[in-house]
Design a protein around this ligand. Sequence first.
Ligand SMILES: *[C@@H]1O[C@H](CO)[C@@H](O)[C@H](O)[C@H]1NC(C)=O
Ligand SMILES: *[C@@H]1O[C@H](CO)[C@@H](O)[C@H](O)[C@H]1NC(C)=O
Ligand SMILES: *[C@@H]1O[C@H](CO)[C@@H](O)[C@H](O)[C@H]1NC(C)=O
Length: 401
Amino acid sequence: MQTVNVFFSLLSLFSVMVRTVMFFSCMVTVASLLCFGWMLKSKYFAALKEINKLKDGLHKKELLLTRYRSNCIVLRRENQKLKKNCTCKLPIHEITIKDDKNCLFYTGIEKISTFVKLFNFIFPYVKRRWVGFKFTSTILKRKFSKIPARMGPERKLCGKDEFLMLLMKLRLGLLEKDLANRFRVSMSTTSRVIRTWLKVSSSIMKSLIFVPDQGVLNITKPPVFKPIKNLHSIIDATELFIETPKGLINQRLTWSQYKHHNTLKVLVAVSANSSVIFMSPAYVGGISDKATTLHTDYLSLVPPHTTLMADKGFNIADECNERSIHFKVPPGRRGQSQLSAAALKATSSIAKLRIIVEQVIGEIKTFRILSQEIPISLIPQVDDILIICSALTNLKKPIYK
Ligand SMILES: *[C@@H]1O[C@H](CO)[C@@H](O)[C@H](O)[C@H]1NC(C)=O
Ligand SMILES: *[C@@H]1O[C@H](CO)[C@@H](O)[C@H](O)[C@H]1NC(C)=O
Ligand SMILES: *[C@@H]1O[C@H](CO)[C@@H](O)[C@H](O)[C@H]1NC(C)=O
């Protein structure tokens, strides 16, 4: 019986112990669960915070990206504009003659508007004339109806650039190699353009050089020259330096005793209002002024009973007499010491006229192609060059008004 009691008491003790242990383990589990939950919660919040931070960052990045994108668009537009403006694609004349000052410097024409007018006048004739290479083949059978109106290679320059090229050649006296580089075309294109434009321009601008009626000359005479009655024109000869030609005969013919150089000689006639009214073809430099005048037959253009002025080198008094032209040379150099007041006035007018012709010739020679030594290869074109340079000089303002 006692053993049973002990057993039971032991059993109850054991159950109490088990319960206690279970209770504690339960408590531990709950505590650890709570602990775990709390940890989870804090982790969750940390994660949430992180996410928010990332979201914020993302937003900022997005803003930045939009800004970059808009910047990119702006830059692209600017780039396009620059490409359009890019100097290497603009026609050369737009870069070179931006204003009237540059126009005068590069072309000898005082205003861009005059340049454009002149161009518009000449260009149609250049287009008609332009044929490029000549097709001479007879082997190849061609259908003529299929041949384009203008043959030859594609033109690389616009018309105004071609005109500018010619004028720069004349005004600045540039070498063709230099022009080819400036206009970014080949040498052959350069010389073809210059040859074509030279011919066409001179044949058109020729009309700017003419001997007007005496009535017109009377009216356009500036008041300074009133003392000189019935004045027609003033003539002078000028010489152009040329490269020494090959061949002894040509060397001797072109040798100018006066300039000590091989030259060409031209006769220029100027009206009192400083217009070039006559430009002779070029003669060899060895010829006398008198021979030049007689050969060009300028005297036949001077009406009788008018006054023709010249320098002393022109011994054409007899020829003028025959035609009843009053021939005047600057007086007072050969021992004429006493002059009346009227004669003095006339003398000063005459001196001014002498200066006018010199100034006009000087103006023509501001086209450097004429003041430089002209290469032999250019001599066949000298007459055309002279016409163009004189015509352009006529477009300028007169010396006296
Ligand atoms: C492009 O050229 C025009 C005039 O030709 C000028 O007004 C404009 O400012 C130029 N643009 C740039 C981006 O240089
Ligand atoms: C020009 O003027 C002069 C006087 O200076 C005069 O004798 C002459 O008849 C005029 N000529 C013409 C064509 O009008
Ligand atoms: C100068 O006179 C010529 C005629 O002799 C005339 O054709 C020209 O228009 C005149 N020039 C000026 C600027 O008056």
